[in-house]
Design a binder for this molecule. Structure first.
Ligand SMILES: CC(C)(COP(=O)(O)OP(=O)(O)OC[C@H]1O[C@@H](n2cnc3c(N)ncnc32)[C@H](O)[C@@H]1OP(=O)(O)O)[C@@H](O)C(=O)NCCC(=O)NCCS
Length: 184
C-alpha cells in the first residue's frame, strides 16, 4: 500500500541540521565484555537509539529500524570511557530515511578522543496503526551533506540488489527442501 500522511500532502522539506542528534554515555562494567571493552551489541543499541532520534526529528512520526548496514568497529572502547554518538539523516526517500552515525570514545581523564565506529541505518516512518507515512524531503546544504545525500542513493541501490539476491536464495532453498521432502 502507498504511504500516507495525516494531511495527505507532501510535508515541507527539512534541513539536515534539523535532524542532527547527539548522545553521550559513560561506559560501565555492565556494558563490557570480559576484557573490559564495550560489547558490540551494546554499541549497536546506542547506535540504533541515536539514529532513531534523527529519523524521528526528520519525520515527526513513529519510526522502525528496517536495516542496519555497513557498521565498522574501528577500535575498542574501554570501561570508564565517554562515548559520544552523532547522527543525522543522509537522505529521505518515500517512507524511508537513511541515517548516518559516527561514534567517538573519549578518555575521561586526559580528554583524548578517537573515532571508534560508523554506521548507516534505514528507518521507515509509520503511523499509530503501523501504516507507512510519507516523509519530508531532505535539503542537503553543505558540500559534505550533498556528498552523503548522493552516496545514500548508491547504498540504497546496493541494498535493494542484495535484498533481491537473498530473496532468490531463500526461494531456491525452499524449493530444494520441498523436493527433498517429496523424495522421502
Ligand atoms: C520496515 C517495514 C515497515 C517495511 O515494510 P514493507 O511492507 O516490507 O515495506 P516495503 O517493501 O513496501 O518498503 C517500504 C519502505 O521500506 C524500505 N525498506 C523495506 N525493507 C528494507 C530493508 N531491509 N532495508 C532498507 N529499506 C527497506 C523500502 O525501500 C521502502 O522505502 P521507500 O518507501 O522510501 O521507498 C517492515 O518490514 C517492518 O515492520 N519490519 C520490522 C521493523 C522492526 O520491527 N524493526 C525493529 C524494531 S524497531
Amino acid at each position: 500500500m502507498s504511504p500516507t500522511n495525516s494531511t495527505e500532502t507532501t510535508p515541507p522539506a527539512r534541513t539536515v541540521a534539523s535532524t542532527q542528534s547527539e548522545m553521550t554515555e559513560i561506559i560501565l562494567p555492565n556494558d563490557a565484555n570480559v576484557l573490559g571493552n564495550l560489547l558490540g551489541g551494546r554499541l549497536m543499541h546506542f547506535i540504533d537509539l541515536t539514529a532513531g532520534i534523527a529519523a524521528y526529528r526528520h519525520s515527526r512520526s513513529f519510526v522502525v529500524t528496517a536495516a542496519m548496514d555497513h557498521i565498522d568497529f574501528i577500535g575498542p572502547v574501554h570501561v570508564g570511557s565517554l562515548l559520544t554518538l552523532r547522527s543525522s539523516v543522509n537522505r529521505a526517500f518515500t517512507s524511508s530515511m537513511e541515517v548516518g552515525v559516527k561514534v567517538w570514545a573519549e578518555n575521561a581523564l586526559d580528554g583524548r578522543r578517537l573515532h571508534v565506529a560508523s554506521a548507516y541505518l534505514v528507518f521507515v516512518a509509520i503511523d499509530k496503526d503501523g501504516q507507512r507515512v510519507r516523509v519530508p524531503r531532505l535539503l542537503p546544504e553543505t558540500a559534505d551533506q550533498q556528498r552523503r545525500y548522493a552516496d545514500a542513493l548508491l547504498r540504497r541501490e546496493h541494498r535493494e540488489a542484495e535484498s533481491a539476491r537473498r530473496k532468490q536464495g531463500r526461494i531456491a532453498a525452499a524449493a530444494r527442501e520441498n523436493s527433498e521432502t517429496a523424495n522421502l
